[in-house]
Design a protein around this ligand. Structure first.
Ligand code: ATP
Ligand code: MG
Length: 501
């Protein structure tokens, strides 16, 4: 079977091997899995925007692509074990193979031992062994010797009906099962190291995912989480178009704080998140919920607390990290690519201060939750925002999160216009900061408060807010710059609390 995208001549050739697990499935299952794998592979190669061609006439897959990124995207398609960039393609003929191998490899063998490994499929007048002997003999004068046990360099030859491929490298691919063959689940994504790695482990096993994020903080927090979701969608979800459901947990959190005991906030809050996920999962017809919990990692993840949280879920809850240590999780997050993004999210995670219960009795938790009006949560779920992660552009990821239309109570307001203009008028309570200096030194600012910045038109401060958000600050540019601020003030805006610098 071949797939061709229109365009110029393909360049990179990759020999791609299926994950061993696929080979032991029944014929029918394997056929279905392989079909899904090819769909995902086409999607992956399509993201490079370069012409490609997939040739799947045997148990290995041959990919040709004009993109230098081809190997990188293919290595992130689940269901593949390894790939080898092909260095030479020649006629299936011993002399041609020896000539090409001699030409391509001899310089690489100086002072090193080597082995030739040949495989063959189809009808030929020679055996694999003939190739190994002939190419080995041709290259021996250039090498430190032949070592069939632990060679420094392995020269591989794969001979097919009409072509032979020569290569030396073998890179590991992601393994797992083709995305989508195991249905769909809904992952609770907080943006931290854990939930992203947990989600990835399910993707790896062929489970397509949508995500739900319960926003407890502000827009800056949401934006950081959206970025984590987008990375999982763009880099690891070929063949699928995942959605992120953002539920505004602000009103629910306020209800929780007002009505239940503080020591139960963490556990009850987690139940409310499970309730939200269960509801959305049911709407999506998802088969399970995924979370990043690991036994004992934090106080809400003790065995007893997990037991008190779990019963509200109406679907199986998968916790693929249950037995992982934090260091293992972070190491994986680095390989997946979410670590740097999750690192920033840490800054937003101070939800409920104080000492939470570590051994919540189920009845006590149920009693605390019963004090709440769950209609507030229902309304938040119904009014949720749904983002198509792969379709989001860099602009979508930035613009909606940078601007504020008011100064929240307790915020620090920084007026970034020149001093003379500041003296002429400024929002009462605002501090003057030189925009350039602020850009150099904002990391010395306290991370606690929300920062509202304004300049003449709100453009330079949008850039500043963007930089500060990336560094984990809750910082916004007032929409409309000075005019926006004045209009808000004239309409009776509260003005900031005196800044604490
Ligand atoms: P993570 O590193 O994933 O943030 P954590 O170590 O901070 O996890 P908890 O805050 O107890 O641990 O969260 C445990 C799990 O609950 C998370 O892995 C995630 O699946 C889910 N979760 C927590 N907070 C949220 C949230 N705001 N929105 C969606 N899911 C959440
Ligand atoms: Mg967290």
């Amino acid at each position: 079977m071949e797939t061709e995208a229109p365009g110029g001549p393909p360049e990179t050739r990759l020999l791609v091997r299926l994950a061993a697990e696929l080979a032991i499935k029944s014929r029918r299952t394997r056929h279905n899995f392989q079909r899904q794998l090819l769909r995902n592979l086409r999607d992956a190669l399509g993201t490079t925007a370069a012409p490609y061609r997939i040739d799947e006439s045997w148990s290995r897959i041959l990919v040709r692509s004009a993109s230098p990124e081809a190997a990188d995207v293919v290595a992130r398609v689940f269901g593949l074990s390894s790939l080898s960039p092909i260095e030479r393609v020649v006629a299936p003929d011993v002399d041609a193979i020896v000539a090409a191998g001699h030409d391509a490899f001899r310089e690489r063998l100086a002072g090193r031992t080597f082995a030739v490994r040949a495989r063959r499929a189809g009808e030929h007048a020679f055996t694999s062994r003939d190739i190994e002997v002939a190419l080995g003999a041709a290259l021996l004068p250039y090498a430190a010797g032949v070592d069939l046990g632990r060679p420094d360099v392995t020269l591989s030859v794969e001979v097919r009906e009409t072509e032979a491929y020569l290569f030396t490298e073998r890179f590991a691919a992601a393994g797992g099962l083709p995305l989508g063959v195991e249905g769909r689940a809904l992952a609770l994504l907080s943006g931290g190291y854990d939930s992203a790695v947990a989600a990835w482990l399910l993707l790896k096993r062929g489970v397509a995912l949508d995500y739900v994020f319960c926003n407890l903080g502000g827009d800056a927090y949401e934006r950081a989480v959206v970025q984590v979701g987008k990375l999982l969608a763009d880099a690891w979800s070929f063949g699928d178009q995942p959605r992120l459901h953002v539920v505004d947990f602000g009103p629910t959190l306020a209800e929780l704080r007002a009505k239940s005991k503080q020591s139960y906030w963490q556990v009850v809050l987690k139940r409310l998140m499970y309730r939200a996920a269960s509801r959305i999962a049911a709407e999506l017809d998802a088969g399970a919920i995924v979370t990043g919990e690991a036994v004992g990692q934090v106080s809400s993840q003790t065995l007893l607390n997990l037991r008190a949280i779990d019963p509200v879920a109406t679907l199986p809850v998968f916790r693929p990290l249950i037995g992982f240590d934090k260091e293992e999780i972070i190491a994986r997050a680095r390989r997946i690519g979410t670590a740097a993004l999750s690192e920033q999210v840490k800054e937003y995670c101070a939800i409920a201060p104080g000492k939470p219960v570590t051994a919540a009795r189920l009845e006590a938790v149920v009693a605390e939750e019963a004090k709440l009006d769950l209609g507030i949560l229902d309304a938040a779920i119904a009014g949720r925002k749904t983002l198509d992660l792969r379709a989001l552009t860099p602009t979508d990821l930035v613009a909606p999160y940078l601007f504020a239309d008011e100064v929240p109570a307790g915020a620090v307001v920084l007026d970034c216009r020149p001093v003379e203009q500041f003296r002429a008028w400024h929002l009462p309570g605002a501090e003057q900061r030189d925009e350039w200096e602020l850009l150099q030194r904002f990391t010395s600012l306290d991370r606690g408060p929300t920062y509202i910045l304004y300049c003449m038109h709100g453009i330079q401060t949008a850039y500043l807010a963007e930089r500060m958000q990336r560094a984990g600050y809750e910082a916004y540019s007032f929409r409309g710059g000075l005019r926006g601020v004045m209009r808000w003030w004239e309409r009776g805006g509260g003005g900031p609390a005196p800044a604490s610098q």
